[in-house]
Design a protein. Structure first.
Lengths: 140, 305, 147
């Protein structure tokens, strides 16, 4: 946790100057969320992911949120909708790396994201998607 | 008078000013006498010099307070220099079992030796000037007592708060049972504060041990009301968000009945009768099977007959 | 005990996405300085994010006032979200889980209430809305040097 005061993001990110890295690993899209995510960026991301799945043979999406220090109901909704949208396109989504403080807060907020698969970290998420038999998951 | 003080203050409170000068001038004698008083003698048991040194510091602080004219102000800047020292002294007395009343009496007992020395300064110890100075010193010593009491109370509160924290941590160890499997054996009543600690330590352990399974064993929890059930369900939900599966074990028959009576729906929570059952479940989900070793001598099995 | 450094209340505008991000950062920093633990910080920042978004989306923008509180040993942070929007017509309904007028999950008000210790809504139809929340840092006494 850094207490350092960042400069106001307004202006510096006009049109959301930084982007969310989306990496393709085989049949899986790895999306890494980090730091502050503006509402507009989150919605843009949702759109991007859905179109990337539609335009390829992606069968799984891993959203790594280990670098995210809060998830509010807005971002929660976006994540749930990404998973639902991916599901419609026959891709499974795994939310990976949620921090303990974020998990506690989400539960208190009343947001338990029941439809989302979760994993401790990206490695575990990939295991889930590639069907490691130890988890009793069917391979895709 | 050579103590630096604003003219105004000096004019308004000549007695305070005089007391300040006296405390400066007779600091050594006052410290010597205080070193023999119960408060200093019992705190500084190692050497008398230490007690005298502490006495000097207190006398100097009092002189500074008197110079500022704020005889009855426990926030007077002059006290800052000795506030920590007084706090340690009060805490030290508290540790040896002296109650706050006793500490207050010991501080009050410092007044007499100082007043005696002050009276001796005057040609007429019963004169008006002497009397005014004694009254000023008495007020100052009363304020000192309040300052000590305040540090005593806050030191006590700190101790209680720290002990409460420690108790929470001590009472909720998270144990690694197996590769990727952690457990918290809960013992005693689960209130909100403790549930919070349990949740946080379990989730931290999930990260630290890269756990896939987390077992909450409530064998040692005497009662489960709707609030406790709610805490359990929140913990289960938070663990799931982090990618771990949570198992609640050790629900005794009486508690199971209460849960049903209260209409609490633990339906979404995976439960097992005992910690052993929960561990067996976690192991089998990870492809680990526990079977008795083949005994070398088959007759050993039959030997019971 | 020691004279507390009374930080003055700070007012931050809420008029855009970027402002929401800035409010989150400032609330986190203020909470950290007041000694809030990581979980407490996360809860308060999340509540602030929900409420600031309400101010932006439902109130048409406004501002938030951050006030550090010091009472005896307790350190707290009070946040007042002020807008001059249409106000809340049915407060009871607005406080219900799942009720939404703006396409969200409907957890903004009811959810953030669970993340703080004190919660107050002042709203008149047509006269704007002020939501004030307060959170207190759990009293973990600082270790005193030399004790």
């Amino acid at each position: 946790m850094t207490g350092a005061a960042g400069p106001p993001l307004a202006g510096a990110t006009g049109g959301y100057g930084f982007t969310v890295p989306v990496l393709r690993l085989g049949d899986v899209l790895l999306v890494t969320l980090q730091g502050e995510l503006h509402d507009g960026m989150a919605e843009q991301l949702q759109h991007d992911i859905t179109s990337r799945i539609a335009g390829s043979r992606v069968t799984g999406v891993v959203i790594d949120i280990s670098g995210v220090d809060i998830v509010d109901s807005f971002l929660g909704r976006v994540l749930a909708e990404i998973a639902a949208g991916a599901g419609l396109l026959a891709a499974r989504t795994v939310l990976a790396g949620m921090r303990p403080a974020v998990a506690i807060t989400l539960v208190e907020l009343g947001l338990t994201l029941p439809g989302l698969r979760t994993a401790l970290d990206v490695e575990r998420a990939m295991e889930l998607l590639t069907g490691d038999p130890r988890d009793g998951e069917r391979s895709p | 008078m050579h103590v630096s003080v604003s003219e105004e203050t000096a004019e308004q409170q000549p007695a305070a000013h005089q007391v300040s000068a006296f405390l400066e001038r007779r600091r050594e004698q006052i410290a010597q006498r205080w070193a023999d008083a119960a408060l200093f003698r019992t705190v500084f048991t190692v050497s008398r010099d230490e007690a005298v040194e502490a006495g000097r510091a207190v006398a100097a602080a009092l002189a500074a307070v008197a110079a500022s004219g704020r005889l009855e102000d426990i926030r007077a800047a002059g006290f800052e220099a000795v506030r920590d020292q007084l706090g340690r002294m009060a805490a030290s007395r508290a540790r040896t079992g002296t109650d706050p009343d006793g500490v207050a009496r010991e501080v009050a007992a410092l007044r007499e030796p100082a007043t005696e020395l002050l009276r001796a300064e005057f040609d007429d110890p019963n004169g008006r000037e002497a009397l005014e100075c004694v009254v000023a010193l008495t007020a100052l010593m009363g304020t000192l007592r309040l300052v000590v009491m305040e540090t005593t109370v806050s030191a006590g509160e700190e101790v209680i708060a720290r002990q409460r924290e420690q108790l929470h941590e001590v009472a909720t160890p998270v144990i690694k049972l197996w590769e990727s499997t952690v457990a918290v054996p809960l013992i005693g009543t689960l209130d909100s504060a403790r549930s919070q600690v349990v949740m946080e330590s379990l989730l931290d352990a999930i990260v630290a041990e890269r756990a896939r399974f987390a077992i909450l064993d409530i064998t040692g929890v005497p009662t489960v009301d709707s609030l406790v059930a709610q805490h359990l369900m929140k913990t289960v939900a938070a663990a799931r968000l982090m990618g771990a599966e949570c198992i609640v074990s050790g629900i005794r028959p009486a508690i199971a009945q209460t849960i049903v009576h209260l209409g609490i729906d633990l339906g979404s929570v995976l439960t097992r009768a005992s910690l052993a059952d929960a561990l067996a479940y976690a192991l089998s989900r990870q492809g680990v099977e526990i079977a008795p070793l083949r005994t070398a001598d088959p007759a050993a099995d039959a030997g019971v007959r | 005990m020691t004279a507390s450094r009374h930080a003055a209340p700070a007012t931050l505008p809420i008029g855009s996405d970027a402002d929401l991000a800035w409010v989150r950062q400032q609330v986190r920093q203020a909470a950290a300085e007041l000694g809030f633990g990581l979980v407490q910080q996360t809860k308060l920042v999340t509540a602030a994010s929900e409420l600031a978004r309400n101010t932006l989306v439902h109130g048409g923008g406004g501002h938030v006032v951050l006030t550090p509180l010091h009472t005896g040993q307790a350190q707290g942070l009070r946040l007042s979200f002020v807008d001059s929007g249409p106000g809340i017509r049915d407060l009871e309904q607005a406080m219900t889980d799942g009720y939404t007028s703006g396409g969200g999950l409907g957890l903004g008000l009811s959810g953030s209430k669970r993340l703080v210790q004190e919660f107050e809504v002042d709203s008149t139809p047509g006269g704007g809305t002020t939501v004030t929340v307060t959170a207190w840092a759990t009293i973990v006494p600082p270790t005193r040097p030399g004790l």
